[in-house]
Design a protein around this ligand. Structure first.
Ligand SMILES: NC(=O)c1ccc[n+]([C@@H]2O[C@H](COP(=O)([O-])OP(=O)(O)OC[C@H]3O[C@@H](n4cnc5c(N)ncnc54)[C@H](OP(=O)(O)O)[C@@H]3O)[C@@H](O)[C@H]2O)c1
Length: 276
């Protein structure tokens, strides 16, 4: 890992959080390269540490061990075209983080026998609390997989999937997931304000409660349902609230929402297939 050269094609928010994570985990800046057509994005990437920045993607990608395609889905084709003729060989590992872009699409675009990993990170990676799902169907050794794992482990937790279809579920669950929690928190704040708390206090209490619940789930080796039961005393306030949530179809709404996000993820992946 220490010696591998990692190139980021695209130096936007996600690439910068990964670069920051790599630098904090002790990877030397000279092993990290970045290209972005936006000089401001490159400047921000450079402010993270002494990495190498490039004003053309071919030079950035030339000879890299790992190339991370950190661009929006609609420019993945263009990004692949720009590095196709550089020294990508069968040992190069290409990682795509673009939503809905399949490994087959990347293979087709690069027209090379390189190794491809598809990853779905999420926004908490920006603060070191990401959850990333990863998948590969390319033959690669443990060391190569470990290098890519370390890139995403530097900004959170990593989970390897058995099939590429699983990545569409990851997209609906943890990719979109932060927004579900934010939405739930928005609803709590709004209602607490209606009941009479100031917005500032409602917000502070909601944030701390969400963070506290998250920490309990991660730190205590207890089933989530059991944690909920533990704070739901018979005849108490929590029981009343949960009763209303269940009666008003909360569980069904969550199921419908997650299934809708999954269908959309499938649709995007299929579009990337048919774009070949
Ligand atoms: N942010 C997240 O939490 C998150 C979560 C999961 C997955 N992702 C995926 O990660 C990818 C990057 O997301 P992001 O939030 O980092 O996006 P972003 O901030 O918009 O960064 C993308 C960067 O790529 C640059 N770019 C455009 N065309 C390029 C090209 N041909 N070659 C190289 N760079 C190019 C863009 O420059 P311009 O601005 O000048 O176009 C921009 O600086 C997306 O595919 C997204 O779906 C992001």
């Amino acid at each position: 890992m220490e010696k591998a050269t990692i190139t980021f094609i695209g130096a936007g928010n996600m690439a910068r959080s990964l670069i920051g994570g790599l630098l904090s985990s002790g990877i030397r800046g000279k092993n990290i390269r970045a290209f972005d057509p936006d000089p401001e994005a490159l400047k921000s990437a450079l402010s993270l540490g002494p990495i190498s920045i490039y004003d053309d993607s071919q030079s950035a990608a030339d000879g890299a061990d790992v190339i991370v395609l950190a661009v929006k889905p609609q420019v993945v084709r263009e990004a692949c075209e720009s590095i196709r003729t550089c020294a990508i060989n069968q040992d190069t590992v290409v990682v795509t983080i673009a939503a809905g872009i399949t490994t087959a699409f990347i293979k087709e675009q690069l027209q090379e026998n390189c190794k491809i990993i598809r990853c779905m990170p999420n926004t908490p990676a920006l603060v070191g609390w990401g959850a990333s799902g990863l998948f590969t169907n390319s033959k690669m050794d443990d060391e190569e997989k470990n290098i890519v794992d370390s890139i995403f482990a530097a900004v959170g937790a990593t989970f390897w999937m058995d099939t590429e279809e699983d990545i569409d579920i990851v997209t609906a669950l943890s990719g979109s997931g932060p927004a579900y929690f934010f939405f739930f928190m928005e609803c709590l704040v709004d209602t607490a304000c209606q009941l009479g708390l100031s917005k500032e206090t409602a917000m502070a209490l909601t944030k701390q409660t969400a963070a506290g619940a998250g920490h309990m789930v991660l730190e205590e080796n207890i089933d989530i349902g059991d944690l909920r039961s533990a704070v739901t005393s018979p005849g108490g306030t929590t029981e009343k609230a949960i009763e209303v949530l269940l009666e008003s179809g909360f569980r069904e709404s969550i199921t419908l929402a997650l299934k809708a996000a999954h269908s959309r993820a499938l649709q995007l992946s299929n579009n990337s297939h048919s774009a070949q």
